[in-house]
Design a protein around this ligand. Structure first.
Ligand code: ATP
Length: 516
């Protein structure tokens, strides 16, 4: 199935099974804003707990914080967001559609590199075993021609972004003959800056209302509390502050479901270090964060680093962790070495000393910072996309059958086990309820007695429940049940008394954290 179709099915599945709903759907929704349903909220909470515990529980020198969404507006002046948190936008005059100029160019560049890969694939099929890929890439005239075009364009693009040269961005779009995907025309407006921060007012107009912003990232709440946490927690460098919370960005183009939202949630950790040690810590966090992702078992080959060749003016190293989504490799998390930029800015704007007294050298200085920043929703999408399978179960008898299954890591699954009486009589529901009452303190359990057992299994597969417990007539005699495993669909007979132990190990967050 084409990846695009798969993605559409995934979106429909999330809605049909109570994971994600369009916001205010009865009013036709609100673009790029979504609500999490009964299973979505559980999965989201489990993702957050996995992140939070990996930071705060496992590290003595990382503590948590929950800062407010509203901050003093000067904080956003200091951070640079008021002046520079912009995207370059461009409109197509025929379709009246709005785009990010940088994204149009990036997509064009991606098409060029796809062309190169297609040529290589064609040649590989043609030459078979004798194919020398390196030689082909360095000598084939068609590849050389496309590569040169790519390099030239890429350089122009990077320079234009670095110099905030909006006219040049437009010129690149014109020169590359990029057309609007909707109208198919090259009838473009000028490129303009668009600030992504939402603003509102605090206080009533009679006392002089003040314009404030909805935070576009959680990080600044951490920086402004650096001194509070350091002093009250008697923290010694290196130490980290972790925070999970909502962030808001008025994204120009909001596509790809929950990949790019206007209201979303971030999990950020700022790690304060002694100047000069930041690159060591950068590599440390790069590896640690990759390990956190890979420990979920979605296949190491589906992740990669994308080191930034063009760094923001305040950073001295930056990388993204990318995952292979159905629409290609895309950023899930950013890891940045931000130098002392943020604390220095807040020191300058607030007049407070944002410094650390280092007892080892008897001196005060502004610490350097390594940031790890991941979107909860984007991580959610990554997990669901990696778990979604449509399986053909047509047996040897040729009777067509299929299922949709979410192969969620058990530790993240919203419902850990479903308890299903084979029939709704003869005391089987009572035994089932007793099992739920016993296990509900440990696991999120669900009781389901409606429809045939086969249909109930499919429902649980679709929401990703790793274990189904079936209570039948034999249970009445010997207190055993069958446990059915979601991924293999195998069934085993086990004693009710053993259920807790069998399941506990497999869904345990502790066991997951031990992999890190
Ligand atoms: P992008 O280039 O995709 O816009 P970014 O580089 O601006 O992202 P950061 O500011 O580094 O992103 O934010 C850190 C993380 O927050 C991202 O890796 C992503 O997971 C998440 N994130 C950022 N913007 C959004 C959004 N609009 N919707 C959902 N998640 C987001």
């Amino acid at each position: 199935m084409a990846q695009e179709d798969l993605f559409k099915k995934l979106i429909a599945h999330c809605k049909e099974y109570g994971y994600i709903f369009p916001s205010s759907e009865i009013y036709d929704g609100l673009a790029a804003v979504y609500d999490y349903g009964q299973y979505g909220v559980e999965l989201k909470n489990n993702i957050k707990k996995y992140w939070w515990d990996s930071m705060v529980l496992l590290h003595e020198n990382i503590v948590g914080l929950d800062s407010a969404i509203f901050m003093h507006p000067t904080a956003w002046k200091a951070s640079g967001h008021v002046d520079a948190f912009n995207d370059p936008l461009i409109d197509n005059k025929d379709s009246k559609k709005r785009y990010r100029a940088d994204v149009l160019i990036e997509e064009h560049l991606e098409k060029l590199s796809e062309k190169i890969e297609k040529e290589v694939e064609k040649a590989r099929n043609r030459f078979g075993e004798k194919f020398d890929e390196a030689l082909f890439r360095s000598t084939n005239p068609r590849i050389l021609e496309i590569s040169e075009k790519y390099e030239q364009l890429h350089k122009r693009f990077v320079d234009a972004l670095a110099g905030s040269d909006l006219a040049e961005l437009r010129q690149i779009i014109i020169d590359s003959e990029i057309v609007c995907p909707v109208s198919g025309t090259k009838n473009w407006t000028e490129v303009r800056h668009f600030n992504l921060m939402f603003s509102t007012e605090i206080g009533s107009t009679s006392d002089g209302a003040m314009k404030i912003y909805l935070r576009p990232e959680t990080a600044q709440g951490i920086f402004v509390n650096f001194l509070n946490v350091q002093k009250t927690g008697r923290m010694k460098l290196p130490f980290g502050i972790a925070q999970i919370g909502k962030a808001f960005r008025n994204e120009i183009v909001a596509r790809q479901f929950i990949f790019r939202m206007r209201e979303f949630e971030q999990m950020e950790m700022q790690f304060f270090v002694k100047p000069g040690t930041e690159l060591q810590w950068f590599s440390h966090w790069k590896e640690a964060r990759m390990k956190w992702h890979r420990a979920l078992g979605f296949g190491d080959e589906n992740y990669r680093f994308h080191d930034h060749d063009k760094l923001a003016h305040y950073a001295n190293a930056a990388t993204d962790i990318e995952y292979k989504f159905p629409f290609g490799f895309r950023e899930v998390e950013g890891i940045h070495s931000r130098t002392d930029f943020d604390l220095k800015q807040h020191q300058q704007y607030s007049g407070r000393k944002m410094q650390y007294f280092d007892p080892e050298i008897n001196k005060s200085y502004i610490p350097y910072v390594i940031e790890t920043s991941i979107g909860v929703d984007r991580m959610f999408l990554q997990v669901v996309a990696a778990s979604y399978y449509e399986e053909d179960l047509t047996g040897e008898d040729g009777v067509p059958d299929s299922r949709v299954v979410l192969r969620l890591p058990s530790v993240l699954a919203p419902v850990k086990l479903a308890v299903l009486p084979l029939v709704r009589k003869d005391g089987l529901p009572d035994i089932s309820h007793r099992i739920v009452d016993d296990l509900k303190f440990d696991f999120n359990c669900q009781y389901d007695e409606k429809d045939s057992i086969g249909k109930r299994y499919r429902r649980q597969d679709a929401i990703g429940t790793p274990y189904c417990i079936t209570i039948d007539y034999q249970t009445v005699d010997d207190s055993t049940v069958t446990i059915r495993y979601r991924d293999t669909m195998l069934q085993e007979r086990v004693a009710i008394a053993d259920l807790k132990n069998i399941i506990a190990d497999k869904v345990s967050l502790q066991e997951q954290l031990k992999k890190l």
